[in-house]
Design a protein around this ligand. Structure first.
Ligand SMILES: [Zn+2]
Length: 397
């Protein structure tokens, strides 16, 4: 007999049972004594018992800064998000701050790109200019600086690219040469035959015949971080996924007397298809290959915990999981295991999907926007980087 039924039946035995139920969580009274809908009846009741609350002070608003004046160019795949010149970025930052959003994170679109990402660490780099202007005009706003090299590299990778020791293309061409030489008559025919046979291999090789040089990239990342701190950036946020970069950045900041500048590490950043629209916004798509040799495999939760652990050991003050909604389990596991402030990045593709579906009339935009942010918060992120920051803050006001 269920505990509730016994309780309803009355008598000594049932009182004993009720007492036991109060002491033991596993022994819950069932329907009809228990009705969970009682607390869902009105807005006021639902509000009273709400477990997770969204507030604008959890939000960080990402901004893309470009050269020029009066520039406000909408990102095609991210309606409502703009490339902004420094003067426009200041206006935008004022608005963000007035809505109760405490922080922005800056990404730069440099005029020129090269093989050493000089735009990332130059004193007059675009983010450095924007940081100085923002700290002057909106001093209370926390300005984070994303630290990566891809936006500033001509090849669009997050570190220094070097050739692999062995060229797969050359090896394949040699091999095919030996095979084909007996089957053709003239040298012209032979060249054609080799070309035909090897071109798929060579095309493949041109994508794999390079490496991102981890250790050489650290120096540039450290130099960029110091340059950003010098320009007034409050929080350094490395997103490159090179091993050892948090330690290298911490050391460089300390040596340059920025001992009080915290590091928010993109600790578990997954190689994700959800970054697509960002690459248009920041003009940072790799010119060849992809980022799977340094960003994380989306299948690996335990490895994400190792990444976070290492960044904490290296001196990260805060940690981040990116993207957010497809990786809520990673956020929850990180919250469970680590006690540092935990951020999550609701990335461009997450934003674009909501906006696109809403524009088609397929979903209720505001409702889905708030639900997605709530889910990230509920999973355990206390800080959310989101392109929806302004609109969500308006709804929460
Ligand atoms: Zn990058």
């Amino acid at each position: 007999m269920a505990a509730a039924q016994q309780a309803q039946a009355g008598g000594r035995g049932s009182r004993h049972l009720i007492g036991r139920c109060l002491r033991n969580h596993w022994c819950l009274m069932a329907f009809p004594v228990t009705r969970l809908r009682r607390l869902r009846r009105t807005d006021q009741l639902r509000n009273l018992v709400r477990e997770t609350r969204l507030t604008p002070d959890a939000f960080v608003y990402p901004m893309f800064v470009c050269a020029g004046e009066g520039v406000r160019k909408e990102v095609r795949s991210m309606p409502g998000v703009f490339n902004l010149s420094v003067d426009e970025a200041v206006k935008e930052a004022r608005e963000v701050h007035s809505l109760g959003v405490p922080s922005v994170i800056l990404f730069g679109l440099p005029d020129k790109k090269d093989e050493v990402a000089s735009g990332a660490w130059a004193d007059d780099g675009i983010v450095q200019q924007a940081a100085r202007a923002l700290k002057r005009e909106v001093p209370d706003l926390i300005v984070m600086g994303d630290v990566c090299l891809c936006e500033y590299m001509s090849h669009g990778h997050c570190g220094i690219v070097k050739a692999s020791p062995q060229s797969l293309g050359a090896a394949a061409r040699d091999a095919m040469n030996t095979v084909r030489v007996v089957a053709v008559r003239s040298s012209e025919e032979k060249a054609k035959a080799i070309e035909a046979a090897t071109s798929p291999l060579v095309a493949h090789a041109s994508q794999t015949n390079y490496e991102i040089d981890n250790d050489a990239s650290l120096e540039l990342l450290a130099r960029t971080s110091v340059s950003l701190a010098r320009a007034g950036i409050d929080i350094i946020a490395p997103s490159d996924m090179m091993d050892g970069r948090v330690a290298a950045i911490r050391r460089a900041l300390d040596e340059a007397s920025f001992t009080n500048t915290p590091i928010l590490s993109y600790a578990a950043k997954f190689a994700s298809g959800f970054y697509g629209p960002f690459r248009e916004a920041a003009d940072s798509a790799p010119q060849f290959g992809d980022r799977r040799s340094y960003q994380m495999d989306g299948a690996n939760l335990r490895e994400a915990m190792r990444e976070i652990e290492l960044d904490i050991e290296e001196g990260a003050d805060m940690i981040m999981v990116k993207p957010a909604m497809p990786y809520l389990d990673v956020i929850a596991a990180a919250r469970d295991r680590f006690d540092l402030p935990l951020a999550a990045y609701q990335v461009s593709g997450e934003y674009a999907m909501i906006e696109a579906a809403a524009r088609n009339g397929w979903i209720e935009r505001d409702r889905v926007m708030m639900e997605s942010l709530l889910s990230i918060r509920r999973a355990g992120a206390s800080i959310i980087l989101t392109y929806h920051a302004k609109d969500a803050a308006r709804l929460l006001a």
